[in-house]
Design a protein around this ligand. Structure first.
Ligand SMILES: [Mg+2]
Length: 386
């Protein structure tokens, strides 16, 4: 089998109302911008994948596909995934830092050729993964308590809150209100989104929000609320501070969704930068290499819980990775009604990936990613393609 073409498109899914993610200093978003990749082969199999390409970067990936990725991959045997990974690493180094979504599409073709879901090719650890509702906005404590109760009614056993307020007291008040509302048995995760330089400032750019002392003080307060982990508390390249915080904090510290490449991941694992590593199959490194990284982390008793703020198609790739790992116990599931809902985020799939009444997302039985694109839904959303 040979790869004969690599295609990409940018889609824009209108939000039901403007969405103000905690990490966006530019303000409200009107659409979810995402990419869909197709890898065609000479046996008629087409591998697909997709990911979040916010901040206007989708067209840059398309340009990378047209100018570098397509010429590099056409003619390769898709089963030669290590060769695919190395060629994508070249692209990541010199052209565009997040080409990994293409590697997921190659793996989807491999799974389809084998007639098996990817997680079974990678060890088949679990046929379903517990999903947590990943909120995106910072809302009032009372609103978040109500939102959380509704998410729990839908089956979610875990909820991730965003904290981006001026003071620790305001951040903690939101978490305390949610703990009070949902009781002791629902997991609460907290994401500070401080790893990317641009997100570390107040919306008007006037001041930096978190430093080491604030991160540790916050972690101590969150421990009293039995928080499952504190995510991205510090800049992603401040390795020494991350190691010290992970050693000192009374709750698990999570991160690395913004660290790229297997070299950085392994170094951070060896140094003990996090308790929980969150590489994303579409954004961080080639998905097969992330499966290997999961095994390395398991050998050091560290968890790998991939970042998956993405469309249903993007979640599908990370779901296969999660289901293959014995040291992954949650799936990130973007969910923040009335904006971030499956009707929008999964609209490119013929069957949305939905949690069941106990919060589990089953891995589809189909081969590869196990999902099918709904082209009738995708065409009107497409704004650019190569
Ligand atoms: Mg995060």
């Amino acid at each position: 089998m040979r790869i004969t073409d690599v295609r990409g498109r940018v889609i824009e899914m209108p939000y039901p109302r403007p969405f103000v993610p905690s990490w966006a200093p530019e303000g409200a978003h009107d659409v979810m911008s995402a990419v869909i990749v197709e890898v065609e082969t000479d046996e008629g199999i087409i591998g697909v994948s997709g990911g979040d390409m916010g901040h206007g970067t989708g067209p840059m990936l398309l340009e990378a596909i047209r100018g570098w990725i397509r010429p590099q991959l056409v003619g390769l045997d898709p089963f030669a995934t290590t060769h695919v990974a190395n060629r994508l690493r070249y692209v990541a180094e010199y052209v565009f830092p997040r080409p990994w979504v293409v590697g997921v599409a190659v793996w989807d073709a491999v799974g389809k050729a084998c007639g098996q879901p990817l997680y079974k090719l990678w060890g088949g650890h679990s046929g379903a993964v517990r999903a947590y509702a990943s909120f995106g906005e910072v809302r009032s404590a009372q609103q978040r308590a109500e939102d959380s109760l509704r998410a729990v009614e839908h089956g979610f056993q875990g909820i991730k809150l965003r904290v981006h307020s001026a003071t620790i007291a305001e951040d903690v008040a939101q978490v305390a209100a949610v703990r009070e509302a949902v009781g002791p048995d629902v997991a609460i995760m907290v994401d500070a989104n401080q790893a990317a330089a641009r997100w570390r400032y107040a919306p008007d750019g006037s001041r930096m929000i978190w430093d080491y002392d604030r991160a540790l003080a916050t972690a101590r307060e969150l421990a009293d609320l039995d928080v499952a982990w504190l995510e991205e508390p510090l800049p992603r390249h401040d390795y020494r501070a991350l190691c010290e915080l992970t050693a000192a904090a009374p709750i698990p510290i999570a991160g690395c969704e913004h660290n790229r490449g297997i070299g950085q991941l392994v170094r951070m694992l060896e140094d003990g930068c996090f308790d929980i590593f969150q590489p994303d199959a579409n954004e961080s490194e080639e998905i097969g290499a992330l499966r290997d990284f999961g095994a390395m982390a398991a050998a050091r008793q560290r968890r790998v819980i991939p970042h998956a703020w993405a469309t249903g198609l993007g979640v599908a790739g990370n779901l296969q990775l999660c289901a293959s790992l014995p040291n992954c116990d949650w799936l990130e599931y973007p969910y923040d009604p009335p904006v971030i809902v499956p009707e929008v985020f999964h609209s490119m799939l013929t069957e949305p990936l939905l949690p069941d009444s106990s919060g589990l997302v089953g891995v589809p039985d189909g081969p590869g990613l196990g999902v099918e694109l709904d082209y009738a839904a995708i065409e009107p959303l497409t704004v650019q393609q190569v």
